[in-house]
Ligand binder design. Structure first.
Ligand SMILES: [Zn+2]
Length: 202
């Protein structure tokens, strides 16, 4: 295992699985977003499993509230982002990571550098500082840890690449105005773990 694959972006543009509606605050969408985006930051792919501190991940407004206050509580305008990316993005309007950050448009190098193959991907990497010294170092560090764990410590590897223990049971959540994509609940990570179909690692 090279560890490179943990920083590889998805093969396809993201299609929303959930559609909760009617919550009065952004924070109430959080558990849906955790499941929707597989417990990782949509920008840098940092995982909850790597940062066990409360408050490190946020429900982030893709279109800033300052510019689109009407979308403040619109689930489709929310993504799951780590504290660092959230702080860098702030009120900037950036290319859509769900459409732009794909395996075919961003390549990961063994030294931690990301190579953008489209103009939009390059712009997003630049705006979110995803090739900064710190970002490259973080990727290199995690790849090294994952490689070492794969050889010497399989329980550590499982912890690094597994799902969080506290998967949200979305069937117990009842958004005030319903869920316009109800089929997604049955495909949630919690439901798949109950059925025994959730893979050990992601
Ligand atoms: Zn991030």
């Amino acid at each position: 295992m090279t560890g490179l694959n943990v920083f590889q972006y998805p093969a396809h543009p993201h299609r929303r699985r959930h559609g909760p509606q009617g919550y009065a605050s952004t924070a109430q969408f959080r558990e849906w977003l955790r499941d929707e985006f597989t417990f990782r930051c949509v920008y840098c792919l940092e995982r909850e499993q790597w940062v066990h501190r409360a408050g490190h991940f946020h429900a982030e407004h893709f279109q800033p509230v300052a510019q689109r206050p009407d979308l403040e509580l619109d689930y489709d305008n929310l993504v799951y982002a780590c504290h660092v990316c959230n702080a860098i993005k702030r009120d900037q309007t950036v290319p859509d990571p769900l459409r732009v950050l794909l395996a075919e448009s961003v390549k990961v190098q063994p030294n931690g550098t990301l190579i953008a193959l489209t103009q939009e991907a390059a712009k997003l990497l630049e705006m979110l500082h995803l090739n900064s010294f710190e970002s490259r170092r973080r990727r290199r560090l995690m790849m090294r840890v994952i490689r070492l764990a794969a050889v010497h410590d399989l329980s550590l590897l499982q912890e690094l690449l597994g799902f969080p223990d506290n998967l949200p049971d979305l069937s117990r959540l009842h958004p005030p105005k319903g869920n316009r994509r109800p089929a997604g609940v049955k495909r949630s990570h919690f439901a798949r773990r109950l059925r025994g179909t959730l893979p050990a690692t992601c």
